[in-house]
Design a protein around this ligand. Structure first.
Ligand code: BES
Ligand code: MN
Ligand code: ZN
Length: 500
């Protein structure tokens, strides 16, 4: 796992070098420790703020190089707006905002975790540190020719100054586990498909074993025995064999039913015989973002020793056109026994999910299931990149996901299901077809397809993350193409509602 940022916690001591970050409110007020550290430079800040019309509004900042009266190379004042309004996620963003203002060349920084009202609470300091860690991520392992001034230092040290550094450090442990899971998910999404194909993805999940996660890999022969022909049909045109990976973390009560997460892992989606057009096709290396999220989540839960039984199951395939590839018009029998007429080989994600969801439900009888998939372009037409589409057969689960989304900034918007939409995927020749045959309600007909592999008694939610899994707008905590979206959301869902 990349670890370009070394985070440490210490007391409020004015640093002798590097970059110093401090926070003020929208009245340009500082906390007592910050004021002490600024000393004579406080006057400089007031004058610079006036000159730059900096008022401390949330999201704004003021930078001063070689500030007279301070030993540091640079001072950055970050506006926190009205501190009383700050929610947990705002602290994560403050940490991200600081790292975002770190000059490329800087190797050392100190963040004063203090607001005008006093030192931030230890859990808030830990949130801030999590944001710093998330924001420091860059996927640059294939850049070999950067010029001297574009090259970041090999490692960066960020010290978070806090009222109770030991308490902050211990609160950070769980946040770090979750951040590491999200960064791992970003790595998986960013990797190109010549490097990360199904077998290699499966191999990488093996890293979870040292955290106590049981990892099982199903190969093609095993899947054939199980009857996963919908999934296997998608992968049959690829030189790379398909895989299913089942990851189990048992941190809960012995024998208690697990919660289950299922991910679409199309390592590359050409569309198959219904081939996509060339423009932007390279983005389809990210069509495994659902599987990456599930993998990152399993890391998060295990690394923070979540008191829950959780299963992650991912379907890994590559969708290629080939002499062996499946054709439009083909009919496959899924593991559930239901038959599917393939109308469009580019509607492949639902075929993969149908079998993996069915398998996970039969084998584990989970308390609930959440699947994640970069499933449809239609969800981006509906929601853009701000919300993932959520479809659910259970109001309580939907409500909990919405709340967790608000709290983490990984937001979901509930979309409808209904029998009128379901009818759109009835087939002339088989039990169902794999598209609605029209672009209308494309994200909904995709969800209806998946719903046919879920029994109504199991609470289930489907998250269409086509707009949020990769290439979403940069935020304070993510500058990377692969976003790692969903790890923080689902960790939160588990923490708030399902840990004993
Ligand atoms: N992986 C794509 C959806 C996608 C597109 C995700 C762009 C992220 C960015 C999916 O497999 C797909 O091709 N969906 C089709 C479905 C259609 C053929 C019914 C789509 O959305 O066009
Ligand atoms: Mn497709
Ligand atoms: Zn796809």
């Amino acid at each position: 796992m990349p670890d370009a940022l070394k985070l440490a916690f210490g007391p409020f001591v004015a640093p002798a070098r590097g970059v110093l970050f401090v926070f003020c409110d929208d009245g340009l007020k500082f906390g007592a420790a910050t004021t002490r550290a600024l000393g004579a430079a406080a006057d400089l800040v007031t004058r610079a703020a006036k000159a730059e019309r900096f008022t401390g509004k949330s999201g704004s900042s003021l930078g001063l190089s070689a500030p007279a009266g301070l030993k540091v190379d640079r001072l950055v004042v970050i506006g926190a707006g009205k501190p009383a309004d700050l929610q947990q996620y705002d602290f994560v963003k403050l940490g991200g905002a600081a790292v975002g203002k770190l000059p490329v060349s800087a190797s050392e920084a100190t963040i004063f975790a203090e607001l005008p009202g006093g030192a931030m609470r230890a859990d808030r300091v830990a949130d801030l540190a999590q944001g710093a860690k998330l924001a420091a991520y860059a996927f640059d392992r294939y850049k070999t020719k950067r010029k001297e001034d574009e090259r970041p230092p090999a490692s960066r040290k960020v010290t978070v100054a806090a009222g109770d550094p030991a308490a902050a450090r211990s609160a950070f442990a769980a946040r770090e586990a979750v951040a590491d899971g999200a960064l791992w998910a970003r790595d998986l999404v960013n990797e190109p498909a010549n490097v990360l194909y199904p077998e290699e993805f499966a191999r990488r999940t093996g890293a979870l074993k040292k955290l106590g996660v049981a990892v099982e890999v199903l190969d093609v022969a095993r899947m054939r025995k199980l009857g996963m022909n919908a999934l296997l049909g998608v992968g049959q045109g690829s030189a790379h064999d398909s895989r299913v990976v089942v990851m189990r973390w048992n941190g809960g009560r012995k024998g208690e039913a697990p919660v289950a997460f299922i991910g679409k892992g199309v390592c590359f989606d050409t569309g198959g015989i219904s081939i996509k057009s060339a423009a932007g096709m390279e983005d389809m290396k990210g069509d495994m973002a659902g599987a990456a999220c599930v993998t990152g989540l399993m890391h998060a839960l295990a690394a923070r020793k979540a008191r829950v039984n959780a299963v992650g199951a991912i379907g890994l395939v590559e969708n290629m056109p080939d002499g062996k590839a499946q054709r439009p018009g083909d009919i496959v029998k899924s593991m559930s026994g239901q038959t599917i007429e393939i109308i469009n080989t580019d509607a492949e994600g639902r075929l993969v999910l149908g079998d993996v969801i069915w398998y996970a439900a039969q084998r584990f009888k989970p308390k609930f299931m959440v699947d994640l998939a970069t499933l449809t372009g239609a969800i981006m037409v509906a929601l853009g990149h701000e919300y993932a589409g959520m479809f659910a057969n259970n109001d309580q689960l939907a409500e909990r996901l919405s709340k967790a989304g608000q709290a983490t900034g990984e937001r979901v918007w509930r979309m409808p299901l209904g029998k009128e939409y379901d009818k759109m995927i009835d087939s002339k020749f088989a039990d169902m077809k794999n598209t609605g045959g029209s672009r209308h309600a494309g994200a909904i007909t995709a969800a209806q397809f998946i719903k046919r592999f879920v029994d109504d008694k199991t609470p289930w939610a489907h998250l269409d993350i086509a707009g949020t899994g990769f290439d979403s707008p940069q935020s304070e905590i993510n500058k990377s193409w692969g976003s790692g979206w969903g790890v923080r959301l689902l960790d939160r869902l588990v923490a708030d509602y399902y840990e004993r």
